[in-house]
Ligand binder design. Sequence first.
Ligand SMILES: C[S@@+](CC[C@H](N)C(=O)[O-])C[C@H]1O[C@@H](n2cnc3c(N)ncnc32)[C@H](O)[C@@H]1O
Length: 253
Amino acid sequence: MKIQQRINYQQYPNKFSFGSCARFYTTTNGDEFGTNSWLFRDDIEWKRLAKYEKNHFCNINRVNIIQFASSDGSEAYTQIISLLENYPNKNSDKFFPIKAYDIDEEIVNAARSGLINTSLVDRMSLQINSEDYSKYFTETNKILNIKEDITLQNKKTLKATNLLKNRVHFERADMYNILAELNDNSDTILLCRNILGYFEDNKVEKFVKIVSNKLKQGSMFIIGQHDTSNTFIDRYLLENKFMKIFEHVYQKL
Ligand SMILES: C[S@@+](CC[C@H](N)C(=O)[O-])C[C@H]1O[C@@H](n2cnc3c(N)ncnc32)[C@H](O)[C@@H]1O
């Protein structure tokens, strides 16, 4: 699947309220996507998730965190900070590096730069969710330009420190290809958030079936509010051997 053309964002004035980064495009399949993402997106209880991940995988030496639709990196940074803040000893190393994939080359290059454009909400979330956020981000005069990003106004660019950068690899890839190659050993946390909500329901159901075949008992699958609001994904997951742990967080039975 290739990105075909950029969409005129002015057609979509009400599609989201805020985000570190946001623009829209269509693929050759005719699917339309937004790239919007932001730190500590509040459709997940991040602290609760980190604690669950820690306890659930306590007897596993290496946990494979895979993130589809990783956008500008906000979500990977959120997951890393949550684990480090709530699981401060060395044992959290077993979760890293996160493998983060997005199909959009420009957004992957932005993520690789370590720069993110932050709103006031991003920076407040950082303060609330970490003891000292200068460990994770430094202020910079560099400007991160993402073509057609409609939220750039009044944004402050922050640079991720090595504490974050060394814990995630960003790569351009289609999530279908990565999923096809996945060999799970009951040690996977698969985040696929706020992307399936853009798909038609039959595609979502097929995707859930593939994920269900790939993930073994105990592995986790994590989605987002955009997915549950726009599709029957919750039902498909429950019909395909997943149990719900808490909102948007599922575990393979
Ligand atoms: C709305 S963003 C979601 C970002 C983040 N997961 C979050 O929840 O904040 C959707 C992202 O999915 C990416 N995407 C769309 N189709 C994809 C595919 N087939 N494989 C990987 N990424 C894809 C888009 O480029 C975009 O950056």
